[in-house]
Design a protein around this ligand. Structure first.
Ligand code: UDX
Length: 446
């Protein structure tokens, strides 16, 4: 159909950013929007297409990689090279598609690529920014950008009060704000999300109304927003994967293994696509899992495998390099998720009613762990020792608390409640469903 509205989607090329963008695009496709996903040649060559039906309808266009020029930490180089390649190649791509029979209307871009809006506007397109972290976290960076958040120097005793947020301790803030280490490039990237915020034609947040109620109302009072989350593929359909993966999943033997286990008897543990742990922490996790005496399924990416304790075997455990996390979290055998609190993992567990042991590592995860434990009360937050290690006793104790103790029952009740609310938000007539429909209508009319 020649009149079909056409948009470009520009995700930040990391798994945790590709997934929500892709899921949003797939929903838009069902609303008769044509989507072209843009990335660089090098990123595209490492993307595996999963057998999901709607994702096959997303056209992928690549932009040649520019010659790396920037210097700095690995993140800075990665960010700068991506920006350079896209800045050079995107205008040509937009011009090409403007001439095509499908009128190109807008670009949906990841919030950490705020410069994409300028390119879009310059070339006559509208721009929708997609935030892939919790609204609470985004709002903290908004305050940083506005200069309305001063980071206290001391942890002890200082409580940070921000509008529409629970009282926060220093270590409830995104870790980059109190423990920057070598990551100034990432901190700047997150603060800069707001450099073109007000000029965006739409501001989309991967969350839902009831989940971050007050803070959503607060940020919406600054500039209008649309909540479109949780962007989770629907299970029990033939489109139950995100659709594009930077990692090759293991053969599905782990699902068969789960089949042999009783309901709620298995601990699933994964730290997402980016986190690297030290050998000492890996050892404490391995020992903690054994000490919990539960069955466990542990995702250890191939690049991390050498850090496992030598000869580590457990008759109760299975280690895989990558799995279909949604299938695992939806499996009745899984009773608890030990997670790094990445926003996608958190939304997936919340939407599937799985209680969490929140073992946050860095960036937004520390704030998400606070929300999981204290606000939504769907998990337990681990504490690190003075060497910043979460010990095996802490890990085993947290798992047992969820799997065996009274506190676990309370957490499960809350998890069921949030699962229901998440479902209501994305089901027909729910708040996120309405927002996406409204967004699609506005795109078609623009
Ligand atoms: C990061 C940040 O942690 C996150 O908070 C941010 O908002 C986006 O970028 P990542 O660390 O990879 O992402 O974690 P997460 O957001 O949880 O995303 C990981 C994704 O990979 C999830 O959608 C999860 O389902 C998927 N995954 C993970 C798999 O499909 N298989 C696995 O074995 C592990």
């Amino acid at each position: 159909m020649a009149s079909k509205t056409h948009i470009l989607a520009l995700p930040f090329p990391l798994q945790g950013h590709i997934n929500p963008m892709l899921q949003l695009c797939k929903t838009l496709i069902t609303k008769d929007i044509r989507v072209t996903l843009v990335t660089t040649v090098s990123i595209s060559s490492s993307l595996q297409v999963q057998a999901s039906t709607t994702s096959n309808l997303i056209n992928i266009e690549t932009i040649p990689d520019s010659t790396p020029t920037s210097e700095g930490d690995i993140y800075q180089v990665f960010i700068d090279n991506f920006k350079e390649s896209i800045t050079q190649g995107l205008p040509r791509l937009i011009e090409k598609h403007k001439q095509s029979s499908y009128p190109l209307k807008a670009i949906v871009y990841d919030s950490v690529l705020p410069w994409a809006l300028d390119i879009a506007h310059r070339l006559g397109l509208k721009g929708a920014v997609l935030f892939t972290q919790p609204c609470t976290v985004c709002s903290i960076f908004y305050h940083m950008k506005q200069g309305t958040l001063k980071i206290p120097t001391e942890d002890e005793g200082s409580v940070i009060m921000l509008p529409a947020m629970p009282p926060l301790r220093l270590k409830d803030l995104p870790s980059l704000l109190y423990d920057m280490g070598a990551y100034t490039s990432l901190l700047n990237l997150l603060i800069d999300q707001f450099s073109t915020y007000r000029n965006a034609d739409w501001r989309l947040f991967n969350t839902f109304d009831k989940l971050e109620d007050e803070i959503l109302r607060w940020i919406a009072s600054e500039s209008p927003i649309l909540t479109i989350g949780p962007t989770i593929p629907p299970l029990h359909t033939d489109d139950n994967e995100y659709g594009l993966s930077l990692f090759k999943p293991d053969a599905e033997a782990y699902l068969k293994w789960l089949e042999t286990k009783e309901n709620s008897s298995v601990v699933y543990i994964s730290f997402g696509s980016l986190i690297t742990l030290g050998e000492k922490q890996m050892e404490e996790i391995a020992r903690g899992l054994v000490e919990s005496n539960c069955f466990f399924l542990w995702v250890v990416r191939a690049s991390e495998e050498s850090k496992l304790p030598r000869d580590f075997v457990s008759e109760k455990g299975l280690i895989v390099n990558w799995c279909s996390q949604l299938q695992v979290l939806a499996h009745p055998a899984v009773g608890c998720f030990v997670t790094h609190c990445g926003w996608n993992s958190t939304l997936e567990a919340l939407s599937l009613g799985v209680p969490m042991v929140a073992m946050a590592q860095w960036t937004d995860q520390t704030t998400t762990a606070k929300l999981i434990a204290d606000v939504w009360q769907i998990g337990i937050r681990t504490k690190a020792d003075e060497n910043d290690i979460v010990t095996k006793e802490e890990i085993a104790g947290s798992i047992k608390e969820i799997m065996q103790e009274e506190r676990g029952n309370e957490i499960r009740r809350n998890a069921r409640k949030w699962k229901q609310l998440a479902k209501e938000a994305i089901n027909e007539g729910g708040s996120s469903h309405k927002s996406i429909t409204e967004f699609a209508i506005q795109l078609s009319r623009s």
